[in-house]
Design a protein around this ligand. Structure first.
Ligand code: HEC
Ligand code: HEC
Ligand code: HEC
Ligand code: HEC
Ligand code: HEC
Length: 467
């Protein structure tokens, strides 16, 4: 199967795409002519590659936007290129697809490396060599050089696969209508205040099959948050505390401040921590503050409740329900790489001395989750139905049991109360999260793989009287 896929991909886009994409061959040609960095849908105002020297390093912005710089540095945006898990998977993809994923993935993880075409250059050892500036991943001058999103409304397509029009140079696009800077021009951009801005990258489609692999934007679009005008920025460019209030009240929280050291006082300033659920990579790269914030963010997302009878008899068949509610995330829980992320339920039912009656969601000695556990995810399969975590192979999801915004999932556990049972039965339910299966981390990071941190997102406990 792998050989067939490699063959299809290896034939190159020209032949490979025909018959696979829902578009006609003409439309497809149009797509490729329209987007010079295809299969990434990035573009520049000149429609041509741009030298990375046309952009300024975040270190330059730091001189006047010190606070914003300190927030951004260490975020997964600043790590998007250096992230060792990205690097490993990207290199594997480039090998297995004959280079087809090179521009596709890099378009979002280093837009500057892609539009400068530096990611296509290699050193003597055959390794990628890109300039220092391109290594800063999703940086100030990527986001603030965005002039427009180029998706085509007419076809019903939403922003995806980096449909960003990049305008390198003096103008910084941002949320203010009256900003004046001694260093650069400014231009008001409504796009930056909308979820559609983030959607350009947080909406990943398989370029051959059109299958939506990362759907954070779609999940949000169908949510109560969207209906109330709450956008990604209101939670991810805010503290976890403010985001929790936003989730609870469905109203924006305003934080006055300054956008530049010498700038005027503004009625609201957005933070640039961009914290999600990744505690692994920031900690691995030495950004403990971001890792701690991600842990807090995860712990703000869900509520766990135990629904159990007050009393049971020995020998009786009993059931206990555990209900998980997505109270804090503006999208499904978990979201994005849902074929890889692991959010699962550990339930322990025991007597008062700790003797187990039922236990699920435990880890084996290799840190794998036991096979009976409930995991909230979307296992990816290739076109022959074999499970895969390689995005270039994913043809569809086997199922999707991620939890919708403000939605819930209820699990039922049955057991027989032991005849020897004395005293009350104790129940403990914990919702756990880690970024990847341990085996995937081991495969990608080899001997450098850490034992992955697990965050307890939420927990509940209860007891049942026995007579
Ligand atoms: C349209 C933009 C886009 C494209 C194209 C894209 N990614 Fe990503 N990638 C993202 C975003 C956004 C995230 C963050 C999602 C999250 O962390 O929940 C991400 C996260 C990842 C992660 C997780 C890193 C971690 O430490 O958890 C890996 C690995 C990754 N991408 C690899 C790839 C590979 C390989 C490709 C190409 C086959 C690719 N990406 C293509 C936007 C993109
Ligand atoms: C010499 C100081 C200085 C430097 C260097 C600087 N800026 Fe600014 N910038 C400012 C000031 C002052 C403002 C206006 C703040 C205000 O009005 O609240 C500003 C405003 C902005 C805005 C808001 C624009 C709008 O219309 O909403 C953005 C975005 C921005 N800067 C990005 C950057 C980026 C990216 C860099 C680095 C490439 C950078 N700045 C470097 C001083 C600077
Ligand atoms: C992932 C994209 C992204 C990156 C990277 C990014 N910004 Fe922003 N920035 C935004 C968005 C979006 C807004 C406006 C949010 C809104 O108004 O809803 C913003 C707002 C701003 C503002 C206006 C003041 C405020 O905070 O509301 C300034 C100034 C600014 N950014 C500078 C920077 C600098 C300097 C860096 C790098 C250290 C940077 N940005 C990195 C997306 C980004
Ligand atoms: C140019 C592409 C791009 C844009 C625009 C962009 N992102 Fe991202 N974002 C990424 C990539 C790539 C990653 C993941 C890097 C990784 O994990 O290796 C990421 C990671 C994140 C994370 C961290 C995820 C985690 O697992 O912890 C959050 C939160 C996030 N982005 C929010 C936003 C928001 C909110 C916006 C809009 C204001 C936005 N992003 C705009 C590309 C982008
Ligand atoms: C109401 C607040 C809220 C809104 C709105 C919101 N998020 Fe989140 N987001 C969260 C919380 C809480 C988490 C942590 C739980 C999780 O991983 O889903 C999270 C996690 C994430 C992650 C990391 C997921 C992972 O496990 O790797 C990404 C990426 C992300 N959000 C992007 C976005 C984007 C893009 C939007 C807008 C389309 C958005 N978020 C809107 C609250 C919000």
């Amino acid at each position: 199967m792998k050989r067939i896929l490699a063959l299809i991909l290896g034939l190159g886009l020209g032949i490979g795409l025909i018959g696979v994409l829902p578009l006609s061959a003409d439309e497809d040609k149009d797509e490729r002519e329209k987007y010079p960095f295809y299969p990434s849908l990035l573009n520049t105002t000149s429609g041509k590659p741009v030298k990375s020297g046309e952009f300024e390093s975040p270190e330059v912005c730091r001189e006047c936007h010190a606070e914003i710089y300190d927030q951004w540095k260490g975020s997964m945006h600043s790590n998007a290129w250096n992230d060792p898990v990205f690097q490993a998977l990207w290199r594997l993809g480039n090998k297995e697809t004959g280079g087809l994923t090179e521009k596709l993935c890099a378009g979002c993880h280093t837009a500057i490396g892609t539009i400068s075409e530096e990611i296509l250059q290699k050193d003597e050892k055959g390794d990628y060599k890109i300039s220092e500036i391109a290594k800063h991943g999703v940086q100030c001058d990527v986001c603030h050089s965005v002039k427009a999103a180029t998706y085509k409304d007419a076809k019903g397509l939403e922003p995806h696969n980096a449909t960003l029009l990049i305008d390198p140079g003096d103008v910084k696009y941002g949320p203010f209508k009256d900003a004046k800077s001694p260093h650069h021009e400014t231009s008001y951009s409504e796009l930056h205040t909308k979820a559609e801005f983030c959607a350009n990258c947080h909406h990943v489609f398989h370029p051959l099959s059109g299958f939506p692999i990362e759907r954070t934007y779609d999940e949000w679009k169908n949510s109560v948050y969207q209906q109330n005008g709450i956008v990604c920025q209101d939670c991810h460019m805010a503290t976890v505390e403010d985001a929790m209030e936003v989730a609870r009240t469905l109203k924006k929280v305003l934080r006055p401040g300054k956008a530049a050291n010498e700038g005027p006082e503004r009625s609201h300033i957005y933070s640039h921590y961009f914290v999600g659920g990744n505690v692994t990579i920031p900690a691995l790269l030495g950004y403990n503050k971001h890792a701690d914030m991600a842990k807090k963010r995860l712990q703000s997302a869900a509520k766990v409740e135990i629904i159990a009878p007050a009393e049971m008899k020995t020998g009786q068949l009993g059931t206990v329900k555990v209900k998980i509610t997505n109270v804090g995330a503006g999208h499904n829980l978990p979201t994005s790489l849902t074929e890889v992320r692991q959010m699962w339920l550990e339930v322990l039912i025991c007597d008062k001395d700790g003797n187990k009656i039922l236990h699920t969601g435990w880890l084996d000695k290799d840190h794998n989750i036991e096979p009976e556990a409930t995991i909230y995810n979307t296992p990816g399969v290739d076109k022959d139905g074999h499970q895969t975590v390689k995005p270039w192979e994913v043809a569809r999801f086997e199922y999707d049991n991620t939890i919708r915004p403000k939605g819930s999932a209820t699990e039922v556990y049955s057991f027989v109360v032991p005849s020897t049972q004395k005293g009350p039965i104790q129940i403990k339910a914990t919702l756990c999260y880690r970024s990847y299966p341990q085996a995937v981390a081991n495969l990608l990071l080899g001997k450098d793989a850490p034992v992955l941190p697990i965050v307890d997102m939420a927990a509940a406990s209860g007891s049942i009287k026995v007579n």
